[in-house]
Design a protein around this ligand. Structure first.
Ligand SMILES: Nc1ncnc2c1ncn2[C@@H]1O[C@H](COP(=O)(O)OP(=O)(O)OP(=O)(O)O)[C@@H](O)[C@H]1O
Length: 693
């Protein structure tokens, strides 16, 4: 059978092209001979006789009429949106303002009508070249006219040309009595089924996602409520239902003001975006936070999160306890720092100011001047106070261990490396403060690595290949003259400049004699309380002697002296009681039976580490001669103890920490303390008893 002709007439080529592709898609070209004419072609490309003429719009009827061949009939095409455009349109949130961009006012309003008929419920504003652009719109929809979209639009959805509606195809088939229309509907249905399936999958996916999200939000510890822009409750988790004593999640969909407590709603309104408040409702304190939900630049509502303040405090407390158990806390604050001299007050004032900044601090001062105390106080006055404080003493740990302790190591980094690797001090200090004590004792290799950490704020574990960023505040301290060490090539100048950003010089005690009475008073109070004994006073000449003494061990030494006095004097201290004015005085020495728990612990610790005899030999040497480290090293060698400088320094440090010796600055050397004498006597006594058995 000869195919009948259908001629489509339109102003634009694009319409004719879209008809051709629709005919191919739906198999219409198999039933009809399809022709296309642009309006301006009609004078020289006549329409075939007996052809059915389909006009793209009724607006061109008058222009086409003169060219209609005798006996041919014209119909107006009804148009619809292409199915594939539906998906993209559904992604636009309902109620949003959308610009409908087309080439003319007519096509713009035609498309708007089509969209409204298809159930799209966003606010559509027509736009075409020359039209005024309404304000506050950043999404545009266009039927293949994206070149007319104004540049201020952020998102463009091109739905493509409107295609011929199925009812028009039915009219064409009916006109020629062609019974094949069912094939066309079948093909059209296929596309629809495909789209429906896709949408269905998306709905299933969205439901699953919602279930997951609800599971997550119900699982978290915070109470959560989501309100839309009309303050209707869109979501509420079980925790919120319980906290506010609500009848159940069925309040979802209700106006918040009608079902949530008044004082709660007051907080919701008072709280700004992303603000956090501490509020009291029904006699309990809560931590409340409000966040705005914004999509495609549009405010969709608010997310309210709240929790009992006591729970947060408990969490913080538990966290602090964990830090305590690992020894990662700073015990001291500025309240524990005594001293009223002008020079010292200045130091404290500067330190308090520096605490607020994040910059590196370098504490310089002789041994015992309070560098570590100050570092802890700075940490506790800084915004990092709730985070770890990690102290590293470069003199107390051997070079071989130091690198892996500082930076951690990966599993298998070396023989003996722990399974699962090991977290280093820099990582432990993340978010907190790392205190690099005795930095002058760091070896060249460690100085190199430290420099890199300070520059890059990231570390790499030993045997690892991953860089780990660390957010740390660095406080370094030394009693050595770093500038002199730089001159001698023992300290890197660039590391010094990285550390010396905010330097604080702690004055030695001999330069602030006016502090001595205050310090003595504070330590007397402390130790007498500790020993549960009445406080004692210092005679005028004892105080004078103290102010005249040169205090090589600074405040640590003064503290030790007061502790010693607290053990041995009754109610008044005279100059002859002062240990630094005596050579060893048996009458005043502690009875070995009086060995305190702390000393006993030290004794057992040395024994456990296997260097009790060495420690006693050091004490013996110091009790006989005293003196500098080099001489001591030599004397120890004579006694058969081969100690490296590092080892000797470490042992002296331990003895000093246990208050058995006083360590002087530089070449001043160390002296045994009265406690040390008692300790030594106790040891000798124990050895003698051992020998008699
Ligand atoms: N201003 C002070 N007020 C009260 N106690 C102080 C003060 N300064 C120091 N101390 C006490 O003196 C002792 C030594 O202080 P700290 O360990 O901080 O000194 P340091 O300068 O770090 O010594 P080193 O260089 O030997 O490590 C500590 O017991 C500390 O509590």
């Amino acid at each position: 059978m000869e195919k009948k002709t259908v001629t489509f007439v339109a102003k634009m080529d694009e319409f004719l092209q879209s008809v051709v592709s629709q005919c191919n898609e739906l198999g219409i070209s198999q039933d009809f001979h399809i022709e296309g004419r642009r309006l301006d072609q009609l004078p020289y490309r006549p329409i075939a006789e007996n052809s059915l003429v389909v006009l793209s719009t009724d607006r061109i009827c008058d222009q086409v009429e003169p060219y209609l061949p005798l006996g041919s009939q014209a119909i107006i095409a009804k148009r619809m949106l292409p199915y594939h455009s539906l998906r993209e349109m559904l992604e636009i949130p309902p109620g949003v303002k959308v610009l409908l961009v087309s080439d003319t006012a007519e096509t713009a309003s035609d498309t708007i009508r089509l969209l409204v008929e298809s159930g799209m419920d966003f606010e559509l504003h027509p736009y075409y070249p020359g039209a005024e652009l309404p304000p506050d719109i950043d999404i545009a929809v266009t039927p293949g006219e994206s070149e007319h979209v104004p540049p201020s639009i952020r998102k463009v959805v091109d739905i493509g040309f409107r295609v011929i509606d199925l009812s028009t195809w039915l009219e064409i088939y009916a006109h020629f009595d062609n019974a094949n229309f069912h094939k066309v509907t079948a093909r059209a249905m296929q596309s629809l089924i495909y789209i429906t399936k896709e949408l269905n999958n998306e709905i299933i996916h969205a439901r699953l996602l919602q279930m997951y999200l609800e599971g997550i939000v119900n699982g978290i510890e915070d109470a959560v409520i989501a309100l839309d822009e009309q303050e209707v409750i869109r979501f509420i988790n079980q925790k919120a239902v319980d906290t506010l004593h609500l009848p159940g999640p069925r309040v979802q969909g209700e106006k918040a003001a009608l079902c949530l407590p008044d004082d709660f709603m007051e907080t919701v309104r008072d709280c700004g975006e992303n603000e956090e408040l501490l509020v009291d409702w029904a006699g309990r304190t809560y931590f409340f936070r409000k966040m705005h939900i914004v999509m495609e630049g549009r405010f969709l509502g608010s997310l309210l999160l709240f929790r009992k303040a006591a729970e947060i405090e408990k969490m913080e407390h538990d966290y602090r306890l964990r830090l305590y158990s690992k020894g990662l806390v700073a015990k001291y604050s500025f309240d524990d720092i005594h001293g009223r001299s002008l020079s010292f007050q200045k130091v404290v004032q500067i330190a308090k100011k520096m605490a607020r900044s994040n910059s590196t601090i370098l504490l310089l001062g002789e041994t015992g001047t309070g560098k570590e105390l100050l570092a802890q106080a700075i940490h506790n006055a800084s915004p990092r106070k709730r985070e770890p404080f990690v102290g590293v003493n470069f003199a107390a740990i051997s070079e071989s261990l130091l690198e892996s302790e500082l930076f951690g190591y990966e599993e298998g980094a070396f023989t003996g490396a722990r399974k699962g690797g090991h977290i280093g001090w820099f990582e432990l200090a993340h978010k907190g403060t790392i205190f690099l004590d005795e930095i002058g004792d760091a070896s060249g290799a460690i100085q190199n690595r430290l420099l890199r950490v300070l520059q890059e704020r990231q570390i790499m574990r030993v045997g690892g290949n991953k860089v780990i960023p660390v957010d740390i505040r660095v406080i370094a301290a030394t009693n050595q003259d770093l500038q002199q060490m730089i001159k001698e090539g023992r300290f890197r100048a660039d590391l010094y400049y990285r550390l010396n950003i905010l330097p604080i010089h702690l004055p030695p005690l001999r330069k602030r004699g006016e502090d001595i009475p205050w310090l003595v008073e504070a330590f007397v109070r402390h130790y007498c309380l500790d020993l549960r004994r009445p406080p004692f006073t210092l005679s005028r000449e004892a105080l004078k002697a103290m102010q005249e003494y040169h205090w090589p061990g600074n405040i640590r030494e003064l503290e030790n002296v007061v502790e010693y006095l607290a053990h041995v004097v009754e109610d008044e201290v005279y100059a002859h009681h002062l240990p630094f004015l005596q050579t060893y005085n048996t009458e005043l020495s502690l009875d070995t039976a009086m060995l305190q728990d702390q000393e006993l612990a030290a004794y057992q610790e040395y024994e456990k580490r296997g260097f009790l005899p060495e420690m006693m030999a050091i004490l013996q040497e110091l009790s006989e001669t005293g003196g500098g480290r080099y001489a001591l090293q030599e004397q120890m060698r004579e006694h058969g103890y081969e100690l490296t400088t590092q080892q000797l320094r470490y042992r002296l440090k331990l003895l000093q920490q246990d208050e058995l010796i006083f360590v002087g600055k530089g070449r001043q050397g160390s002296t045994i303390s009265p406690k040390g004498e008692a300790f030594l006597a106790f040891y000798k006594h124990a050895m003698a008893k051992e020998g008699m058995k």
